[in-house]
Design a protein around this ligand. Sequence first.
Ligand SMILES: Nc1ncnc2c1ncn2[C@@H]1O[C@H](COP(=O)(O)OP(=O)(O)OP(=O)(O)O)[C@@H](O)[C@H]1O
Ligand SMILES: [Mg+2]
Length: 236
Amino acid sequence: MQCQLELIDITKSYKGKLALDHFSYRFEPGIYGLLGPNGAGKSTLMNIITQNLKSDEGRILLNGVDAQKLKQDYIAHIGYMPQQQSLYENLTLLRFMYYIAALKGMKKKEAREQIEGLLRDVGLWEERSRYMGGFSGGMKQRALVAQALLGDPDIIILDEPTAGLDPIQRRGIRGMIGELAQDRIVIISTHVMADIEAIAKETLMLRKGKLLNKLSPEAERLEGESLEDMYIRLFG
Ligand SMILES: Nc1ncnc2c1ncn2[C@@H]1O[C@H](COP(=O)(O)OP(=O)(O)OP(=O)(O)O)[C@@H](O)[C@H]1O
Ligand SMILES: [Mg+2]
């Protein structure tokens, strides 16, 4: 079945300050870019989709069924790379990957089969026995991308996956994301237009917790305006 994720009227405040304001959108398989200035609500939205954060109002439906009702079955569909680099500094990369696989309920054999491929894809297989505490920012970032793909989730949420990467690593990660099968929903937040320009089927612009605009690459071409020009027109 084609996967469909519907957000309905998602609203979230922190201490009375609105971070998401009745955000609604229906995601279907494909790659989505999420753009917006610092504080626009991108990470908040992603944390609500992954259920790390509870919204004040609104509902999430996965294939028409309320996520609240699905509980663990909902979480099992999601791979998430958080914006904040996580704190498993005292684990080797390999242990970290097995740990995440266990959290996702994967069998050891299945985990073993996937981990090598994923770590090779992000160029970290040779580093698998090193403690993550000794990794550079870019290496941690790539490890976090790899763990998000464990278990072959059909919804993948990547919060600034290329932040802090050098241009070569960035292109590598971008290529990986672009190759994720088109039958999944992939949502990527970024401040780097090039990350999504070539691969996103739709770009959502968020400002002050509201969906300001959405555009497809075709619309962009028709209007003859680059994503960056549009961003600056909307937010500058
Ligand atoms: N834990 C928190 N406590 C209080 N306020 C928060 C918290 N997390 C986010 N906010 C506020 O909610 C708003 C949205 O923040 P969010 O982190 O979702 O933005 P963002 O679009 O991801 O920004 P960035 O591009 O900097 O990552 C901001 O005003 C932020 O200050
Ligand atoms: Mg953020």
